[in-house]
Design a protein around this ligand. Structure first.
Ligand code: AMP
Length: 285
């Protein structure tokens, strides 16, 4: 049987997240610290550990079939590559930043200025769209020091928490776009490999739904059941089971992990007790 060839970043902060999602999909592979290639033990997959910036070209050439990669890298290197799933991690922004002392009103303030970046294509397209002409300086890494050493008036870089900008006396003034890790697909994918991709996507979806949801259960007096059920933004309809003690029931449902804190007080006020919140490993609809 054929293997699907997946590219992931060789090292760096995202590598662990990538390995983790494959593992949660039931696919076990060796950690690739000193490897270029590894085979999955229990899924028709070969993993190629590559440099992040090289991955888009490998996809275009069909050297790999799919990749887990940041949208920001794809947009910079190969904006026409198909992406099938947003993976919900490695979130960041690609932003413009200027020294704190820069009296910035809007993007027109960057007209005629020097901007340092590792994302020249992305920046060029953005500036064209905004009708701004600027002098672009391509730098590989540590872009944030450029204004401090007099190399540029502004920078365009990846921002996550913003602490790197803060430490370098810079302020974020424009969010050009938001990025996260995605599953990207080679335009050269054949039918047989696409079937393996469909199986992988099915697993990834189940994992992501699980990550985004919580299983909650609580005890409720029977005369409060209707009020409590109304509060629960559940999947379909909650499960209600009688407790050994007469007049009480146990209510079970699945809710979005972000919704839980919004409804907890309402549930308590409506009479729910002993509320348990449990993680969900996988969820198949
Ligand atoms: P922060 O200080 O959290 O804003 O992170 C800033 C630096 O971390 C950036 O300059 C990037 O080099 C790197 N970084 C943050 N998030 C990501 C990401 N999702 N992908 C790649 N690099 C990132």
């Amino acid at each position: 049987m054929k293997n699907i060839r997946i590219a992931i970043q060789k090292s760096g902060r995202l590598n662990e997240d990538y390995i983790r999602i494959l593992k949660e999909c039931g696919i076990s592979i060796d950690n690739g610290k000193d490897q270029l290639k590894a085979s999955a033990k229990n899924f028709p997959m070969e993993v190629f550990y590559l440099r992040n910036g090289d991955i888009p070209q490998y996809l275009i050439d069909g050297v790999v079939d799919i990749a887990i990669i940041g949208e920001n890298v794809l947009l910079e290197k190969a904006s026409n590559i198909e992406t099938t799933e947003k993976l919900g991690f490695s979130s960041c922004r690609v932003s413009l930043a200027v020294p704190k002392s820069f009296k910035y009103k809007d993007i027109n303030d960057l007209d005629g200025k020097k901007i340092a970046t590792s994302y020249p294509n992305t920046l060029k397209n953005y500036l064209i769209e905004k009708g701004i002409t600027a002098d672009l300086h391509m730098i590989n890494g540590s872009v944030e020091i450029a204004p401090n050493i007099g190399l540029a008036d502004a920078i365009c870089d990846i921002v996550s928490s913003g602490s790197t900008l803060f430490k370098n006396n810079l302020k974020e003034v424009e969010v050009m776009y938001k990025s996260e890790a995605v599953l990207a697909v080679s335009p050269q994918l054949d039918e047989e490999t696409r079937k393996i991709l469909d199986d992988l996507k099915f697993r990834i979806k189940a994992v992501l739904r699980g990550r985004n949801s919580k299983y909650i259960l609580m005890n409720a007096p029977d005369n409060k059941l209707q009020d409590i059920i109304k509060i629960l933004p559940g999947m379909r309809s909650p499960t209600v089971l009688p407790l050994a003690e007469k007049g009480w029931s146990s209510v079970h449902t699945v809710i979005n992990k972000d919704k839980f804190w919004e409804v907890i007080n309402e549930l308590k006020n409506a009479g729910a007790e002993g509320i348990l919140v449990c993680p969900i490993e996988k969820m198949v609809l």
